[in-house]
Every structure is written in structure tokens, then in C-alpha cells.
Design a protein around this ligand. Sequence first.
Ligand code: ZN
Length: 278
Amino acid sequence: MRTIALIYFIIAGNVLFSQGLCIHYLANDGFLVSSGMNSIMVDGLFEKIDGNWCDSPDDSLIEQIIGGQSPFDHVSVLAVSHKHIDHFNGKLVTEFMQANPQCKLVCPVQVEDELAIQNGFENIKDRIISITPDFLQDSTIRLNDIPIRIIRLPHSEYMIHDSVNDVLVNKHKDIENLGFVFSMGDSKVFHMGDASPNDSLSFQKYQLNLESIDVAMFDRMFFAGAKQNMNIVNNLVGARYNVIMHINPSNKELFYNYFIEKEQVIVFKDALSKKCID
Ligand SMILES: [Zn+2]
């Protein structure tokens, strides 16, 4: 019996040793996730935001990313969750894709529409996979050997007053927002874009809890307020580690200190700060 176990260990040894994951924080919802020699980047390329309501990548970080300097030297997939300016800039994404010809881009159709008006689009269009599943639908693709499950998650609500009809309307109703589950080595990472904590229905439908997700990136609103939000975090997704993103810089210290004792919750403070897990 021991001999059989030993043989199995020798044959399967390379499988038994996990490659693990390293996550670099970029800005807002922007991350670089690496496993072995593979990296994916999500929502990392956008311009400085006016005001102080979210972190933006500074010029030197943008230069480092586009130039493919370490740790951005093996980015095989760039994913963009939606077209908002705190997640995506068409000019910067086009520059990056031109300078990194190995990289493929996955995004909603609305993002490709914005890229199509950029100079240089012709040079990158063959490496763009734009897809917008219907609500409550998903799709799985494989890009540069990385399986990616794409799920449609409605953008979080932003209610404004329509003075003509005297009603409240959701300004973000028509924004195509995607969630991604990336399989990297033997680990899985989930990024939700600007999903809504009020949307238990989608999370029930997608059954992410059956995916054994290692790291999930959650909008801060999931960690504030109603009990149902934590039901999504803990039960409907149920990742080993949760990263809290989209934190207003003035609240960063508060979130960081509140979760400092909780090893399973990660709050990044500075650009390029890094967390690795087994
Ligand atoms: Zn948004």
C-alpha cells in the first residue's frame, strides 16, 4: 500500500504542489493576478479620476503596465468588466494591446464599441473577444490556455431624479457589466466588476459556491449594510479569500484597520502592494 502511495506521489507530484496565486493591487477595481508564468489583468488601465472618490493608476504605473515591465511581463489576458472611466480607458487599453501582442482582451460589447473608435484598433481587433451574455446567462471561453467563465451581473444601481417624469431612474441600467471566473493553474479567481449587493438572484443562479473559488474580489458595498450582502459573500460565492475593492481613498484606513485581524479578508492600501496565497 505504501509503495502504491509513493508511486502515486512521484507521478502526480507536480500536480500536488500548488503554484499558488499572487495578486497585485493596481487601483480601484484593478488587479494583476499571477500564477506560475501566467498573469491576467482586470480593470487596470484608466486615466486619473477627477476628485478623490477612487484610486487611479499614476503615470509611472501606467508606463510600467504598457511597457510590460515586471510584474507585467507575462500578461496573457486583459479583462475589462465594463466601460466606466474608473475601470477602462480606450486609448490606454489600445496602447497596451499594441505593445503586448501576446495578450488577448475579453470585455463586454460596449467596451469594444469604444475601442473601435481608437487609432490602432485595426492592430488589436483580432485579439478582442467581446461578449455580453443576457442577464442570468453565462458563457465559458478559453484565452491563451486560461479558462474564463463570463457571467452577466447588472451594474449596481445609481438612482437619479428624472425631472420630466418625476420618477427615480437607475442611471446605470444600460451598462453592460461582466463578472469573470478565471482558472489559473489549480486556483480560481472571481472578479465582479461593479455588481450590485442587491442582486441575490444572479448569485443564486450562477452557483459560484460550487466552483471552489480561491479569491473573490468584492465591491466594498457587499461588506457594508444588509445581512443579505454577507449571504452572497459567505454562502453564494464562498471563496477562501475575499478582496475588498472600489474603496474611497478617504475610507481606506477604516476598511484596512477593521479587517486587519481577519486573515480571509484582504484590503490593499497602495498601488503594487501584493498578497500571495497557496
Ligand atoms: Zn461602474
